[in-house]
Write a protein that binds this ligand. Structure first.
Ligand SMILES: Nc1ncnc2c1ncn2[C@@H]1O[C@H](COP(=O)(O)OP(=O)(O)O)[C@@H](O)[C@H]1O
Ligand SMILES: [Mg+2]
Length: 295
């Protein structure tokens, strides 16, 4: 059965997009069918994987992107998917199995222009349309903005698992704390829109530390995060198995360079010790896969 995972923290710049793009690529490399849904109006994961040549025309189009599915009769989600999104110079698929549901800058208008259709909020419309294609995938990963507004709600409503990318600092911990509160409010608000056959509602299952410098001692921030997770577990506010991932992603220049190249890190030509950050993303993918086998 398809697993739907949201990646979110109430803090920007912690590495949500980098983690989702590279994790999606690692899962596709392992033979999984993956759909990455870009829910952030900044469109970073769409631009990264489509590159500007393909994304720019989409950004000025009325159809083919996430915002367009909310305009009645304009287009449906299944028609917006960019299949095998990572392409070479001749248009050849470099990473078959990795699809993207792209977004554009217009998505920001959803937050103030959206009018419920027949009393149905954006997340219910999104869920209904995603259901038409979700069985085509093993994994659907949602790259969320740092808030729980309409766009992020679409991912959270459909997900069962939430993962929180974090840096080992106080602001990430504050972002995590805020997020858990907002998730509780949203889960309460959306409960009456849940339909038969939906998987269990979204809960935080893990925190993943990102951009760790080689000389950085993360024991204290890790301990503080663990303490907060334990508190939330006792209060029933996060999943019973919520934990800090064993795998962490190191800080590596290649992550930034990969964006410019329009490739996930595992397809960037290797230079010296850059392999190691690829292994980090692969380890996160393995930990995610092992959650499935232990469920
Ligand atoms: N592991 C890493 N090593 C080095 N730079 C990173 C790493 N992860 C993210 N970055 C950089 O940090 C910035 C923010 O990352 P991004 O993934 O866009 O975060 P978010 O989606 O949370 O805003 C980007 O410039 C990105 O290239
Ligand atoms: Mg982002």
């Amino acid at each position: 059965m398809v697993r739907k995972l949201s990646f979110i923290n109430y803090k920007g710049g912690v590495g949500k997009t980098s983690l989702v793009v590279n994790l999606a690529a690692s899962l596709a490399e392992a033979g999984k069918r993956v759909l990455l849904v870009d829910l952030d109006a900044q469109s970073n994961s769409s631009i990264w994987l489509m590159r500007l040549e393909r994304w720019n025309p989409l950004n000025t189009s009325d159809v083919g992107h996430l915002y367009s599915i909310f305009e009645p009769g304009v287009c449906r989600l299944r028609d917006c998917v960019e299949r095998d999104v990572v392409r070479g110079k001749e248009g050849e698929a470099l990473l078959p199995g990795l699809d993207v549901l792209p977004t554009t800058f217009t998505l920001v208008d959803l937050e103030h222009d959206f009018e419920p259709q027949d009393g149905r909020p954006a997340f219910a419309i999104f869920q209904e349309q995603l259901a038409e294609i979700e069985e085509d995938y093993d994994f659907i990963l949602f790259d969320c903005p740092p808030n729980v507004l309409y766009a992020a709600q679409c991912g959270i409503f459909c997900s069962s698992e939430i993962y929180v990318p974090a840096n080992p600092d106080a602001l990430s911990l504050i972002g995590f704390t805020l997020l858990v509160g907002k998730l509780q409010q949203f889960n309460y608000l959306c409960a009456s829109f849940r339909v038969a056959g939906m998987q269990p509602r979204a809960e935080v299952h893990g925190v993943i530390f990102n951009a760790i410098k080689s000389n950085m001692d993360i024991e204290v921030p890790k301990m503080r995060m663990q303490f907060r997770i334990n508190q939330f577990k006792n209060q029933g506010k996060v999943g019973k198995d919520a934990r800090i991932f064993e795998s962490k992603i190191r800080d590596a220049i290649v992550v930034r360079r990969a964006v410019t190249l329009g490739l996930p890190v595992n397809l960037v030509k290797s230079l010296g010790n850059e392999n190691s950050v690829r292994d980090d993303y692969r380890s996160v993918a393995e930990e995610i896969l092992s959650v499935q086998s232990s469920n």
